[in-house]
Ligand binder design. Sequence first.
Ligand code: SAM
Length: 209
Amino acid sequence: MQQLRPFFPYYGSKWNVARYYPKPDYDLVIEPFAGSAGYSLYYGSPRVRLFDKDPILVGVWSYLLRVTSKEIFALPDLLTVGDSVDNYDLPQEAKWLIGFWLNRGSASPKKSRTAYSARTDRSQLTWGPRAKARIIEQLGALSGWSIELGGYEGAQDEEATWFVDPPYVEKGKFYRHNQVDYALPGGVGALAERASHRLRRAKCHLASI
Ligand SMILES: C[S@@+](CC[C@H](N)C(=O)[O-])C[C@H]1O[C@@H](n2cnc3c(N)ncnc32)[C@H](O)[C@@H]1O
């Protein structure tokens, strides 16, 4: 599986720390709190099911799952400080995608290029031709991915590697959706219960080999 790089920067992305988590055991990865899906990208998972409650984030992923390389290539580079996505006739989701790049490490997209987001001194990628090239290069790897707008409880119980990364308790206030009811039927508590049941079954299986 070929490693993929982030399609956009996002607050709380796990891409940089994914190497500290175990590799997926299954081809299918489910992320019930998707964000920018850092874990699935890092391990280049071919089949991924994403769920997130944030319509902006889901809009960006839906756009990435349907957009063509030609459309990405045609997006404006916004290299001049002060230039804004609103100066261009673009789909809203494209404006959000660019906006996450203009507001690195944030949970909210920005509209215009600032001097701060134009700096290149930290060798971080900013929005422009190189970011577009990265997206274009990787689009084909998303053919087995899907995204659904909704709470984590919409993720069905399936044999897969689950990467569960809910909003932080304190710092979660930066997300548009940060209240998680863990007691919902089919909620994280139930997920954990099913996972430990599976683990027990797997251990029994191993013990009987
Ligand atoms: C810590 S971030 C996930 C970061 C992600 N692992 C990454 O690599 O970018 C948590 C995500 O959960 C989403 N979220 C908050 N409440 C949710 C809920 N009840 N169900 C599903 N997603 C939710 C937020 O919108 C946010 O994108």
